[in-house]
Design a binder for this molecule. Structure first.
Ligand code: ZN
Length: 291
């Protein structure tokens, strides 16, 4: 999955640091990120960034420390729109998903999540004063009313609804993502993740489920989410009633027909393949007992 970057390690504890020449600078505009695309993603070093600022006679913008991956530090900065640095350019965040290597895709998604939070929290939501970054932690504080603003992460569930050898697969309506997905939705205030599972399945396909089991979680910075994966079983056989605002398709797919198009990034796909492998093992056991 996107976060599986071992032996590399993400260190996301906030530190009050300034960039060095070989630190990396990440910049975003609307839904785009500044990078050099090729065989592999290249990010701009602080040294290159400083040289570009000098050449364009631009003042060096403020750089906010994001995180490090092993010994490489990453910082966030504001670039000017027509920033020209040989080979680098603005790329849609959606396109980054299919780029390589995985740790650089994870870097982009995590930085994008932080960028969105900083962009949307310049002023205090309580009194309107400009917020100031804490020196000790990732927190913005209001100097006037002392309001503390912490990073915003939206928990959401991914649900593998199964019925014997079949799993319920869906396709989203009106989204850029066109491949098979699983039922998914945000946790509402006041409910447990397990209750979200039940509610989302009922809302999206009109089915009732039981035996809800936690699988794994995944940080998904593209949408500011923490995804919680669950499997559950169909309680009784009922017809699917599709919520057409959310989904364009929901159908039962036999484990043998799960399409083999793993991008190795998402929890959704890992759950589909996990189900397929589990069913394969079961089938092999049955076959060996019959022989
Ligand atoms: Zn305030």
């Amino acid at each position: 999955m996107i976060q599986d970057i071992a032996p590399l390690q993400l260190n996301n504890a906030y530190r009050n640091k300034i960039p060095s020449e070989d630190s990396y600078i990440l910049a975003f505009q609307e839904n785009r990120i500044f990078l050099k695309a090729g065989e592999e993603i290249t990010y701009l070093s602080y040294g290159e960034f400083k040289a570009a600022c000098r050449k364009e006679q631009k003042e060096l913008p403020e750089c906010i420390y994001l995180f490090s991956i092993d010994t490489e530090d990453y910082f966030l900065a504001d670039f000017w729109e027509n920033c020209e640095i040989s080979g680098f350019g603005w790329h849609k965040m959606f396109a980054v998903r299919t780029m390589r290597p995985r740790e650089k895709v994870f870097t982009a998604a995590t930085a994008w999540h932080l960028y969105g939070w900083y962009r949307d929290n310049r002023f205090c939501g309580r009194c309107g004063e400009k917020l100031i970054h804490s020196r000790e932690m990732r927190m913005l504080q209001c100097p006037c009313c002392k309001n503390q603003v912490f990073p915003k992460i939206a928990p959401a569930v991914i649900v593998g609804v199964t019925d014997g050898e079949k799993i319920l697969m869906t396709k989203y309506a009106n989204r850029e993502y066109k491949r098979y997905a699983l039922i998914a939705g945000f946790t509402e205030i006041g409910e447990t993740a397990e209750e979200t599972v039940k509610r989302e399945v009922e809302e999206e396909v009109g089915l009732h489920v039981k035996n809800i089991r936690y699988y794994k979680s995944q940080p998904w910075g593209f949408d500011s989410n923490l995804l919680l994966g669950y499997f559950c079983e169909l309680e009784e056989h009922e017809a699917i009633h599709l919520d057409e605002n959310e989904l364009s398709l929901a159908e039962w797919v036999d484990y043998r027909d799960i399409p083999d198009d793993s991008e190795g990034l998402s929890l959704t796909r890992e759950m589909m393949f996990f189900f397929r492998e589990e069913q394969n093992k079961k089938q092999k056991n049955i076959d060996s007992q019959n022989n």
